[in-house]
Design a protein around this ligand. Structure first.
Ligand code: NAD
Ligand code: MG
Length: 400
């Protein structure tokens, strides 16, 4: 948009994998974007470099000690960025009247409150933080509706689906037969099942196609990432669980597909580079350069597909089915599943439980807790805390 005013943007979780990719795309278009606020948790030096490059009005470090360190360094460098700390500051920079766009790239349920703040304030909300939608579902979508926000998916699968759907959302239910999410299968798709219990955090975090944060990397290895994405798709696109399907596609070239009533399938393809969906969210409904490599069809040797129930997969990827279980459970069940999984993954990364026990914790917690329908952020946070406590107990029992 030549001559248009730059979009002012808050990047929540700017020090993470999605956050740094977002800033990489933004840096390619200085005329289109102005960084209003950046947020992080602990990485002071990276945040300092980001402040020096993007000159935001605010930088939030959630942890007070990190905020103080950043403050000192910002002062020493003579930068004008104001440093804030604490979780409430995340809401502030998401709802601020001088912001048009919020990139939600915090990992986990910690991102829910600032997402709701942005939604209620009618922002253009770019959602990478899938856990926020999985936890908040109805409350989240109500806030988007009431605030008049524009919710755009950043998860590569959901961006692909969004790009493959007609523009008019009111036609989706009538025209679409089903949504097919692709899954790479992660690093252990062909590993001997008997050795899954020996998987280390380092092995689980080495994804064949994508470089990502540690939590989502473990989720990709257990297939819980795909479970969270099925839930995410259910709420973003409004189709019932039985019209959501997952197919394994190890090369991650097709990012997801939409099958229409006439059996025509529309898919979105590209190299596995998160800057593509990020650029699409930032520029939608326009298109702009992302920095990604073009897909080289001549060099593509094969695109292959496997069913979830192919030999060895049901046991290997048991977690995926929890998505449909949670969606069919009482309202709040998806929040329970997410909380359990966050605790289980953290316990695995701390080497307190084995890789294969992540699923046991998730299943256990879902079986033990029957949520009473959460209606607002406080209900959700209470349910999240309750589920975390139950999951912690399950971890302690297993870790003995
Ligand atoms: P990451 O771990 O690399 O980064 C997480 C960011 O959140 C960091 O900036 C960190 O400082 C911040 N953060 C962590 N805990 C926090 C807390 N309690 N309060 C406030 N801030 C906190 O994670 P990532 O890979 O960038 O993923 C971010 C989100 O995007 C996740 O929800 C993930 O599922 C989703 N996502 C990531 C990718 C990817 O390629 N990395 C792809 C699709 C979706
Ligand atoms: Mg994804």
């Amino acid at each position: 948009q030549a001559g248009a005013k730059p979009q002012r943007i808050t990047v929540l979780g700017s020090t993470g994998s999605i956050g740094t990719n977002t800033l990489d795309v933004i840096a390619r278009h200085p005329e289109r974007f102005q960084v209003f606020a950046l947020t992080g948790a602990t990485q002071v030096d990276l945040m300092l470099r980001q402040c020096a490059q993007f000159k935001p009005r605010f930088a939030v470090m959630v942890h007070a000690q990190a905020a103080q360190q950043l403050k000192d360094k910002i002062q020493a460098e003579g930068l004008n960025t104001e440093v804030l700390s604490g979780a409430a500051a995340l809401d502030e920079v998401s709802a601020h009247p001088d912001v048009e766009t919020v990139m939600a790239a915090i990992v986990g349920a910690a991102g829910l409150s600032p997402c709701l703040a942005a939604a209620r304030s009618g922002k253009r909300l770019l959602l990478a933080n899938k856990e926020a939608l999985v936890v908040g579902a109805e409350v989240f979508l109500d806030a988007v509706k009431q605030g008049g926000a524009t919710l755009l998916p950043i998860d590569s699968e959901h961006s692909a689906i969004f790009q493959s759907l007609p523009e008019d959302a009111s036609t989706w239910d009538a025209r679409v037969e089903k949504i097919i999410l692709t899954a790479s299968g992660g690093p252990f798709r062909t590993r001997d099942l008997a050795t899954l219990k020996d998987v280390t955090p380092e092995q689980a975090c080495a994804h064949p196609n994508w470089v990502m944060g540690r939590k989502i990397s473990v989720d990709s290895a257990t297939m819980m990432n795909k479970a969270l994405e099925v839930i995410e798709a259910r709420y973003l696109f409004g189709l019932p669980p039985e019209r959501l399907e997952v197919v394994i596609h190890p090369q991650s070239i097709i990012h997801s597909m939409v099958q229409y009533r006439d059996m025509s399938v529309v898919a979105q393809l590209g190299t596995p580079d998160m800057r593509v969906p990020i650029a699409y969210g930032l520029s939608w409904p326009e298109r702009m350069a992302s920095g990604a490599q073009a897909l080289d069809f001549h060099a593509l040797s094969a695109m292959t597909f496997e069913a979830l129930d192919d030999h060895g997969h049901p046991e290997r990827f048991a977690g995926i089915h929890l998505a449909w279980d949670a969606l069919r459970g009482p309202r709040g069940t998806t929040a329970v599943l997410n909380a359990a999984n966050e605790i289980a993954v953290a316990a695995f990364l701390e080497r307190r439980i084995r890789f294969d026990q992540i699923h046991d914790v998730n299943q256990n917690c879902m079986a033990q807790l029957s949520p009473s329908a959460p209606h607002n952020l406080d209900d959700l946070l209470a349910l999240d805390a309750q589920a975390r406590a139950v999951a912690e107990d399950a971890v302690r029992l297993l870790a003995k």
